[in-house]
Design a protein around this ligand. Structure first.
Ligand code: HEC
Length: 218
């Protein structure tokens, strides 16, 4: 009998609490059963924070750490045999060969997919300052950001590794991107910057005879 009563009372309480107040309005603040979950002392993304010297809530990835779920293969990175092949690859990660010289060309195979990726990332990360054509006419120009023009003679002549280094570590007033763009994506951007440079510095002679005839260029 006691068990029956307990179940009976429980069923009534459950029914009333689940269905009883459906649709009713109240001006009182809602009940907070676990107030510490509703009101947490937490940092909001991209907000300011006086605690850190740079005033940012978002913290950069600490140097020499591997972010979980990043582009690294975790099983491989944390296995006993892992010999740091990817991290130790200076060409891929720093754009420099073993002697510390900037490499002349991309260490990745050039493909349309890589170019498309480079364009996508360029539009996200670089175009605001450097402009869609890479001429330094980004939307931030009126606010005083004087980003470099990729069509400068000097920048046409630099090695691919140098461009990679600028993206990785920043330069002068430009911020570094190594904490938010993976090495592969940085190389893809280098490829796209090269394409932009080519787009503003081409000659009719670069086309084949047939292509020129097709376009009506003599
Ligand atoms: C917040 C604005 C800003 C963004 C975003 C930005 N840059 Fe820059 N960039 C600059 C400024 C400013 C300079 C000039 C730096 C200097 O010489 O002080 C510069 C210079 C450069 C240079 C020339 C370096 C040299 O040797 O003169 C290259 C190449 C470059 N940026 C590439 C990139 C690429 C690629 C991206 C995207 C991954 C990018 N930048 C994103 C502002 C920006």
């Amino acid at each position: 009998m006691r068990i029956f009563l307990a179940i009976y009372v429980f069923a009534i309480v459950a029914t009333v609490s689940i269905l009883g107040f459906r649709g009713s309005h109240s001006t009182k603040p809602p009940l907070e059963v676990f107030p510490d979950m509703d009101r947490q002392a937490r940092y909001k993304p991209q907000a300011e924070n006086e605690f850190f010297a740079d005033g940012r809530n978002d913290r950069p990835v600490p140097a020499k750490t591997v972010a979980r779920g990043d582009y690294f293969n975790q099983a491989e990175v944390f296995s006993a045999e892992f010999d740091d092949q990817t991290l130790g690859d200076t060409v891929l990660n720093q754009g420099k060969n073993a002697d510390g010289q900037f490499v002349k060309t991309l260490p990745l195979e050039v493909s349309h997919a890589l170019m498309a990726e480079g364009k996508a990332k360029f539009d996200i990360f670089c175009a605001v300052c450097h402009g869609a054509a890479g001429d330094g006419n980004g939307v931030t120009k009126p606010y005083g950001v004087l980003a470099a023009n990729y069509h400068d003679e000097r920048l046409r002549g630099v090695e691919d590794g140098y461009l990679f280094d600028v993206i990785t570590n920043g330069k002068g007033l430009m911020l570094p991107f190594n904490d938010r763009i993976s090495p592969e994506e940085r190389w893809a951007i280098v490829l796209y910057v090269r394409a932009l440079q080519r787009s503003q510095n081409a000659d009719a002679k670069d086309l084949s005879e047939a292509q020129r005839t097709e376009l009506g260029i003599k």
